[in-house]
Design a protein around this ligand. Structure first.
Ligand code: PLP
Length: 396
C-alpha cells in the first residue's frame, strides 16, 4: 500500500465531498435538488458570449503557447484599470492565475512559514483551510458575528493577534454567509493591520454581486501604507468558473511589500503561466457589457427573498439575510452536530446542502450552507421538504 502524506489527512472540502452522498441518492433513483455548489453555470446562468468569443479568437490567432508568468499585457492593463476604478492606488504588481484559487495559494505560500498563523474568518470558504494545512500554517480563526449580520468583529480579531500572526484573510462579500462588510468595519481592520504589521489578504471575487444596491468598498482602497493582496476573477461576477482565471493585486508601499512581491513572482514563474488564450477574455469582461449582471442580480434577489423568508418560517431554523454573493448560511437550532444531522436531512429530503462544520463555525452552533442559484420553484420545493423534515424531527 502506498501511504499518503500525513498532511493530506486534514484536507476536507465539504462542498465537493458531499457530492458522494448525492451520487448515492441519484443511483437510488431519488429526485435530488442541488443547493450545494457555487457554480452559476450549473443553473440558469450563461457566460457572456463576448467573453467566449474573445477566447475562441485568441486560440484561432495562435495564442496557445506559454505566456509571461504574470499574464498577458492587455489583461494586466485591464486589471490595473479596474484596480484604479476601485480606488486602489499603490498597486505594485498584478499576477494572473488559474483561478483566484491559485492566486490565494501562491500569496499564502510566499508569505507564511510553518508554525506561523493567519487570521481566517469562521465560517470560511474551505480552500483557505486546505491551503493552510498543506503549508503547515496555523489557522487562527476569528468568528464572524451572526448577531451582527455576520460582520467581522474587530475587537475579537485584535484579541487573537499574537507574535506569530502574519496575515488576515477577509472574504467580502462573503462565502458562505453572503454578508457585505461595512466601511466602518473595514477601516477598523485596516488600523489593526497597520498597527500589527499584517498583510490583508482580501478575497473580492463576489464584489459585483450585490443584491441590495450597496456599493462595494475594496479594503485596499482605504490605506496606502498597509500591505494588501486583493483577489478577484471571472468565476462568479463574470459567470465563467470553468475558464479558471483569477488574479491577485499586490498593493502597498514598495519598501513594505517589495520582497514579498518578489517571492510571489518566484512562485508564478515556477508554475509557468495561467491559461494563455483564456486571458484574452479579461479585458472584454472588465470593460465590455455588464448586462448579464443586471439579470443575474434580479434573479438572485428574488431567490434570496424566497429562501430567507421561507427558512425563517421553519421552526428550528433561522437565517440572516445575505446582501451579496449567492449563498445563505441558515442556523439550525438543534442539539445534534450538523455533521451528522445534515447528512440525515439530505438523505431524507434529497435536498443537497453543505453542513456548517465544513466551513468552520463558532463552537456549539450548527448551520448549513445553501446556494441561491436554483430557480424559484426549486428553492420553494427545497424549503417545503426541509420544513417537513424539521417537523418530523420534533420542530413544530
Ligand atoms: N474565493 C471564494 C470566496 C470562493 O467562494 C471561490 C469559489 O467558490 C473561490 C475563491 C474560487 O475562485 P476561482 O474559481 O477563481 O478559483
Amino acid at each position: 500500500m502506498i501511504v499518503p502524506s500525513r498532511r493530506s489527512d486534514k484536507i476536507r472540502y465539504a462542498v465537493r465531498d458531499i457530492v458522494v452522498l448525492a451520487d448515492e441518492l441519484v443511483k437510488e433513483g431519488r429526485d435530488v435538488l442541488y443547493l450545494n455548489i457555487g457554480d452559476p453555470i450549473q443553473y440558469d446562468f450563461e457566460t457572456p458570449s463576448h467573453m467566449v468569443e474573445a477566447c475562441y479568437e485568441a486560440m484561432k490567432r495562435g495564442c496557445n503557447g506559454y505566456t509571461a508568468s504574470s499574464g498577458v499585457g492587455e489583461a494586466l492593463e485591464a486589471i490595473a484599470a479596474e484596480a484604479r476604478r476601485k480606488g486602489i492606488r499603490e498597486v505594485r504588481d498584478i499576477f494572473i492565475c488559474n483561478g483566484a484559487s491559485e492566486a490565494i495559494e501562491l500569496a499564502l505560500t510566499a508569505l507564511v512559514n510553518e508554525g506561523e498563523n493567519v487570521l481566517m474568518p469562521y465560517p470560511i470558504y474551505p480552500l483557505y483551510s486546505a491551503v493552510a494545512h498543506k503549508l503547515g500554517t496555523v489557522i487562527n480563526p476569528y468568528f464572524l458575528d451572526e448577531a451582527n449580520g455576520w460582520q467581522p468583529d474587530p475587537a475579537d480579531i485584535e484579541a487573537r493577534i499574537n507574535a506569530k500572526t502574519r496575515a488576515l484573510v477577509l472574504i467580502n462579500p462573503n462565502n458562505p454567509t453572503g454578508s457585505l462588510y461595512s466601511r466602518e468595519t473595514l477601516e477598523k481592520i485596516v488600523e489593526l493591520a497597520r498597527e500589527k504589521n499584517l498583510v490583508v489578504l482580501c478575497d473580492e471575487i463576489y464584489d459585483k454581486i450585490l443584491l441590495d444596491g450597496d456599493e462595494h468598498t475594496s479594503i485596499a482602497s482605504l490605506a496606502d501604507d498597509v500591505a494588501f493582496v486583493t483577489f478577484n476573477g471571472i468565476s462568479k461576477s463574470y459567470l465563467a468558473p470553468g475558464f479558471r482565471i483569477g488574479w491577485g493585486i499586490v498593493s502597498g508601499p514598495r519598501e513594505l511589500v517589495g520582497a514579498y512581491n518578489e517571492a510571489i513572482k518566484k512562485y508564478t514563474r515556477a508554475r509557468l503561466c495561467a491559461n494563455h488564450p483564456i486571458q484574452y477574455c479579461i479585458k472584454p469582461a472588465l470593460e465590455g457589457s455588464h448586462d448579464h449582471l443586471t439579470t443575474m442580480i434580479e434573479k438572485l434577489r428574488r431567490r434570496r427573498d424566497i429562501a430567507v423568508s421561507r427558512f425563517n418560517e421553519i421552526p428550528g431554523i433561522s437565517c440572516v439575510e445575505p446582501n451579496g454573493a449567492f449563498y445563505a448560511f441558515p442556523r439550525l437550532h438543534i442539539d445534534e452536530s450538523d455533521e451528522t444531522f445534515v447528512p440525515k436531512m439530505i438523505r431524507e429530503t434529497g435536498v443537497l446542502v453543505v453542513h456548517g462544520d465544513g466551513f468552520g463555525q463558532k463552537p456549539g452552533t450548527r448551520h448549513f450552507r445553501i446556494v441561491l442559484l436554483p430557480q424559484e420553484e426549486v428553492l420553494e420545493q427545497a424549503c417545503d421538504r426541509i420544513a417537513e423534515f424539521m417537523e418530523k424531527h420534533g420542530h413544530q
